[in-house]
Design a protein around this ligand. Sequence first.
Ligand code: SF4
Length: 288
Amino acid sequence: MDIVYNWHMTEKCNYACQYCFAHWTQHKEIWRDKATVYRILKEMKNAENSTALFPLNKNNQTVNTRINFAGGEPLLLGKSLIDFASKAREFGLKTSMISNGSLLLKFKEIAKYMDTIGISIDSLVSETNQKIGRQEKNGKSLNYNELSDIIIALKKENHDVQIKFNIVVNRYNYKENVVSSLLKLNPEKVKIFRELPFGENQTGITDEMFHNFLHINSDGGEKLYIEDNSAMTHSYLMIDPFGRFFQNGNNYDYSYSEPIHEIGFDKALNSIDFDASEYLNRYKIGDE
Ligand code: SF4
């Protein structure tokens, strides 16, 4: 099984989605210090036997550690992200990333160092993307043909790279059929999330809106994975741009560990409120 660490390398993004939770207000992002990032990646691999992870590997199954590079938009790190992914592979980590897709053609080389590339797409209708804020400052969002070109380019770089799409159901796209268009691009997986209540937005979307979306997007078969709010609390291993583990159990704020590069990976991992059984539940339904 995979132990997945979602490392939000930067909070900067060239899009401005209304529901985006990747906002922090302090400290210097540590990705500019490559030696520190490399050290954390190495400790991440060494943490496979950490006591914090015992519930996950008690059945003596093979454990792989995967680093999932996230943001903000991780490709705003440019060549540095390619270096991090390459180094992570060298240390024996599996690699994945989640991107809004806008820079994937420019940095398509990243596919050589990735097992999986996730692309977040909520809609293929430009007016909807505009309402969500899922576009660049000049109003540019990805359309179907551009997305298709990106997938072709990534597969050309690495035939084995897995493609995954993430959709967040929100108040602007819940009446649209997004999944059937995405499936034409032959991804390995399409994952549906629900807009989470967070910060000033304490409502997210209603059950009715979410189920409406699921109803009109139910044709994904075994490639489709659905994640409702309840499965998302304490069941992710997340690192912020400043090298701290964080959890989103409290709707109003995050809780944090001390910086990993100051107290060590294992100690930081053991200090957070991680729900290993919820993680296993997500894993069992193929939603790792
Ligand atoms: S693309 Fe992702 S990181 Fe960027 S604003 Fe939207 S949700 Fe946030």
